[in-house]
Every structure is written in structure tokens, then in C-alpha cells.
Design a protein around this ligand. Sequence first.
Ligand SMILES: *[C@@H]1O[C@H](CO)[C@@H](O)[C@H](O)[C@H]1NC(C)=O
Ligand SMILES: *[C@@H]1O[C@H](CO)[C@@H](O)[C@H](O)[C@H]1NC(C)=O
Length: 314
Amino acid sequence: MAWCSTLLPVVILFCLLPVMTRGATRPQFKICSYKVQKFNMAKASNSRLMHSLTRLLARYDITVLHDVMDPAVIKPLLAALNRETDRYDDFTYKSVSSKSLGNSPDSMQQYVFIYRTQTVNVSGQFQYDKKQEFVRNPFAVEFQSNKIAIKKFVLVAFHAEPKQAIQEMNRLYDVFLAVSKKFDNKNVMFIGDFHAGCAYMTKKDKKKIKLFTNTSFSWMIGDKMDTTASEETNCPYDRIVVHGQPFLKGIVPLSSEVVNIARDFKLTMSKVRDLSSHLPLQISLRGSGLLLKASPLLILFSVSAIIQSFLSAV
Ligand SMILES: *[C@@H]1O[C@H](CO)[C@@H](O)[C@H](O)[C@H]1NC(C)=O
Ligand SMILES: *[C@@H]1O[C@H](CO)[C@@H](O)[C@H](O)[C@H]1NC(C)=O
């Protein structure tokens, strides 16, 4: 009997250990980037497409949408997201949009950031504005959150013009200088459709892009990845680029990936392509230190509880 009472707490601890450690290492904060091709009211009024899109967005703390052609789509999207999340969790979502960008009236588009109000605050925004340098100037939003290790970072949405993708990618270095100065923050992440692959960017072209030649920048989506929703193409068009070691340390290792929405939401590839010819990207930031430190403390408490119960048993 004495055996049993001393063993029991040990068994309990071993059962709890995975739960406690998982809680400590679980990715805390997820970011998504998705080019919903030509996102207009026709798409927004297709309830099946909107259902898939809201299910996707409900998984992330921040989603950056590219190629939003009609500003009117955001209202029903947020309404659906805030309604649907009632069923899954308690998050509410808001948005920040750039102005409409482009060089012809029928191809104007916005970058739209959708974020959870409970886990992150918007602390600033900045529209880069050099018309001769970009067809769609990058748009930066600074976020602040006490839930993540890095606390404050800047996300820069970017959709390259295919014909001048190399030049535009190279100019992102100037955007970095402007953005980091504007916010006094070097934790900068570029995210979006760079057209950084296949015919638009060859291996040789990489030498002409400062974000590649300067080792301060880390490319989180590799050259061999496929961000297209087509079986015929295998191109890493969409990318995530992070500046600096401090920011890199704030990212969960190996968390950057292309999201397999066909598998995750049981969609046929043709349904996936109804949304976009591109696939979403995701990356996770580390949670704030509080949780990480809580875990060893919990273990200590458990161990002392075991010793106590052992002593009272003998
Ligand atoms: C957002 O800002 C408010 C007001 O400063 C603060 O109380 C809250 O903790 C912040 N939320 C996060 C997730 O950092
Ligand atoms: C690379 O970028 C960093 C910005 O963190 C800058 O300080 C440094 O001078 C750049 N290096 C070169 C070789 O341009």
C-alpha cells in the first residue's frame, strides 16, 4: 500500500510532464500571408470560398492579404470571421489596409492586414511612396504584443511587378532603411508575392538583390519550395524575409512553410485554385518568456509535492 501511495504522484508527474512542456514550447503567435488572387465582390459573395478563407484566417494572429481589388470585400470578410470565431474561440479581428496601389485603373489593389485584437496591437503604419521604384509600393505596419518574445516588429507587405521583380526586390533594401528609421525598429519582416522564382528570378539574378547578398537578411521560404497551387508549376514566388539576429531568435525554428490548404480543409485542387493560383505561407513567433519560465517552476513545484507526499507516506 505504501508503495502505491509513493508511486502515484510520480505517475501523475509523468503524465503531466508532456502537457507542461508542450504548453511551454507551443508556437504562440502565427502569421500568414496569402495572395487571394483578384479578391473582389464576386469572390466575396461566393459563400464556399468565403467559408474556406475564414477558416484559414481564424488560425492566425495576423494575416496579410495581397491583391485585394475591391475594398468592399473586407467588411463581409471581417463579419464572417468575427461571427465564425464565436463557434471556435473568443477572438475578434480588425483590419488595416493600404491605399489602392497600381499603375492602371483596372489593376489597382490593396494590402490588407487582418489581426486579432486580443493578441496584438497596431502601433503604426507607413506607406512607402516612390512611384518610380515600385508599381505597388510596399506597405508597412508595426505590431506590438506582450504575448511574443520580440514585443515589437514591423511587417512589410510586398507584391512585386513580374516584369521588374529583380529591381523591385533589390529596392526592398531601401525600404528596409526607410521603415526601420521610421519606426526606430530593425525587427522587419518582408512578406508576400516577390515573384522570386522560375522565369522571374534565376540563380544568377540573386547576386543583384541586396536582400540576398547582405547576410543580415534571412530568407525563410527556400528556393526549392513551391508556393503555387498548380501541378504544372513548381515556383517559390511567395517569400518571407527577416532582418537581423534578434528577430530571427524570436521566430520558432523551422516554422515557416507553405500551407497545404487542400489537405487542411479537404478541398480539391480546383477549389483551391478558385481562391488563388498561390498558396498561403505561415510562420510562428516565439511566445513571451513568461510561459517558458513558468514550466521549470511548475516542475519544481511538482517535485516538491512528490517529496512531501513521500515523506508523509513513510
Ligand atoms: C495592447 O495595448 C493595450 C493598451 O496599451 C495593452 O493594455 C494590451 O496589453 C496590449 N495587448 C497586447 C497583446 O500586447
Ligand atoms: C547589410 O545590412 C545591414 C543592415 O542591418 C547594414 O548595417 C550593413 O551595412 C549591410 N551590409 C552591407 C555589406 O551592405
